[in-house]
Ligand binder design. Structure first.
Ligand SMILES: NC(=O)c1ccc[n+]([C@@H]2O[C@H](COP(=O)([O-])OP(=O)(O)OC[C@H]3O[C@@H](n4cnc5c(N)ncnc54)[C@H](OP(=O)(O)O)[C@@H]3O)[C@@H](O)[C@H]2O)c1
Length: 314
């Protein structure tokens, strides 16, 4: 990453200009940086990194909805590590007044992804949820959303014993520490009277994904969100067939507005009120000024963060 001065963008039709006050990092920043890094075989092509922002509306393009200059906003959109960015007005979320930008910026990607995954799984109040890699930045928000939406039981996994209490505080009823022995399926069945869970939010993939299938209840839904342990695995198709499972893959992006816009509308109605009340809050590892970008990239790469790294733009 390098820090540079570039002209502020101008909003086109359907776009708003946002004065960004704070941005949060995501695991997805790492492959993007690696792809561009010429010292490690990358393309050398420069672009503005970052996906999450919080600030206020600075200008409104034509046909850009009801936004007004000064409205507090937050959202997820490319080129977010900058003082100014333009975004499609339909992807912008109102920022609850009580939420400071340096907190709000750590929410939008997780809100969209986790609520979107629950929506696609047809999650309903009273159902049980398993979140693998629940200690990820997005996973910790998913646990809180599931709680807010009335999950009967939330089972969370982490590889780190010292994150058990944190996940319990966020709303997990059972925390399984994975990696010691291969017991994920057994532990989930034990926590659900041998029924399995109704919905799986899988951030880990690899063998963990395969282990989730026999831990899912009949007619349940398994949503793959992340592939932290690698994209490949071997599954037993008997687990799918005999349990009548549905498997989904999600990758919420800006190009598939027909998919993302309705999810943002549902999020607005069902989840943002809880964010405004402070019932859903991000876990923030470190807050740095944008000039400390190298430290942020190093922290992101070393993988020992708990929650989000936030940049402020003074
Ligand atoms: N589908 C989508 O639209 C979408 C959107 C956003 C993110 N994602 C994906 O979701 C995943 C999480 O993203 P994030 O930014 O929230 O992550 P993050 O905060 O960087 O997650 C870091 C945590 O992941 C866990 N972890 C790392 N490697 C692991 C492995 N091999 N096996 C199991 N756990 C591992 C570790 O927690 P423990 O030490 O507690 O195990 C680590 O502290 C990423 O794969 C990301 O690409 C997908």
């Amino acid at each position: 990453m390098v820090l540079d001065d570039v002209p502020a963008p101008e909003p086109g039709p359907g776009e708003v200009l946002i004065r960004n006050r704070a941005s949060a990092t995501n695991n997805a920043d790492l492959p993007m940086l690696a792809e561009a890094d010429p010292t490690h075989g990358g393309t050398g092509k420069e672009s503005i990194a970052g996906f999450e922002y919080a600030g206020e509306i600075a200008a409104v393009g034509s046909d850009a909805g009801d936004w007004k200059v000064g409205d507090p906003v937050m959202g997820t959109f490319p080129a977010a590590f900058a003082q100014y960015l333009v975004a499609d007005h339909r992807f912008v979320l109102p920022r609850p007044k009580a939420l400071a930008p340096e907190v709000a910026c750590a929410l939008p990607t997780a809100l969209l992804t986790e609520f979107g995954a629950l929506t696609i799984a047809g999650f309903q109040s009273g159902q049980s949820v398993l979140s693998t890699g629940a200690s990820t930045g997005i996973g910790m928000i998913g646990v809180q959303i599931a709680k807010t939406l009335g999950a009967s039981k939330i089972i969370a996994t982490t590889r780190s014993t010292d994150k058990k209490d944190l996940l319990t505080r966020l709303g997990a009823d059972t925390v399984i520490v994975t990696g010691k022995d291969d017991h994920l399926t057994r532990a989930v069945l034990a926590a659900t009277d041998d029924e399995g869970v109704n919905v799986v939010l899988d951030h880990v993939a690899g063998d963990t994904f395969a282990a989730c299938l026999p831990a899912t209840a009949h007619d349940g839904h398994v949503v793959n969100i992340g592939r932290l342990a690698g994209p490949a695995t071997t599954i037993d198709l008997d687990d799918l067939s005999y349990r009548h499972l549905t498997v989904h893959g999600v990758s919420f992006g800006f190009s598939r507005d027909w998919e993302t816009v309705p999810i943002l509308e549902g999020l607005h109605a069902q989840v943002l009120p809880a964010v405004g009340r402070g019932d859903i809050t991000p876990v923030i590892d470190t807050t740095l000024n944008i000039e400390q970008y190298r430290e942020a990239a190093d922290r992101l790469r070393n993988g020992n963060t708990v929650g989000k790294i936030v940049f402020t733009f003074a």
